[in-house]
Design a binder for this molecule. Structure first.
Ligand SMILES: [Cu+2]
Length: 220
């Protein structure tokens, strides 16, 4: 698999979305191929040559009309059903998550709170806040905002969720690969929206436990 496609395995949820994306690309390519062939083949094969009589003229062909109306409808329905199943699976949250993090977005920072130990990480003007997560473990994230709408977005995860004042959005994420991923605010929230960056560092469950136990509060 080319490197450009490797992000699909970064989280269990991204894997599903990536599969969905591949299915859309394949369907689009297949349609483009068939349509191009239907245009190009007659142009080459049946174009009018000097002295040719006009071919038989007709206005309708019921059999082909049924095919070219029902086939695109079937494709759209299939893409809808596949996407709905994948997204429903991604949106489903487990009743008893192994790990929880509370994310609060506010102008112009992020707060990551770990209720198990009371550890709180707040971003500052000089320090980009870091969300630390264990790999191979499903973390449930409760996200909200303090002032205006923001959105928690990690491009490599193929995932974005709104942070809305007065509302808690909950989602599960299962990182599969250790590493550092860039995150940003995905909803224009005002003047310093572009500065609302964060990083996600995915570590082993062992390293995560150690990290959680070290300091209760940190500015980083
Ligand atoms: Cu924001």
């Amino acid at each position: 698999v080319p490197a450009i496609f490797s992000d699909g395995a970064v989280t269990a949820q991204a894997h599903g979305l990536f599969t969905d994306w591949l299915i859309f690309v394949a369907a689009g390519l297949a349609v483009a191929l068939v349509v191009s062939a239907l245009i190009l083949f007659p142009v080459v094969r049946w174009h009018r040559r000097a002295g040719d009589a006009l071919p038989p003229q007709f206005h309708e062909n019921k059999r082909w009309s049924i095919v070219y109306i029902s086939l695109p409808i079937a494709i759209v329905i299939a893409l809808f059903v596949i996407s709905d199943r994948i997204e429903s699976r991604n949106d489903a949250v487990v009743a008893h998550p192994d790990n929880r993090v509370e994310v609060t977005a506010y102008r112009w920072e992020w707060r990551f709170a770990y209720p198990q130990t009371g550890r709180v990480v707040d971003g500052t003007l000089t320090h980009v806040p870091e969300l630390v997560l264990p790999s191979g473990v499903t973390t449930q994230i409760d996200i909200t905002a303090n002032d205006v709408n923001h959105a928690f977005w990690v491009p490599a995860w193929g995932f974005k969720r709104d942070a809305i004042p007065g509302k808690i959005n909950t989602f599960d994420i299962t990182p599969l690969r250790e590493g550092t991923y860039r995150g940003e605010c995905g909803e224009f929230c005002g003047l310093d929206h572009a500065l609302m960056a964060f990083t996600v560092r995915v570590v082993s469950p062992q390293a995560y436990r150690t990290w959680l136990a070290t300091r209760r509060t940190a500015a980083l």
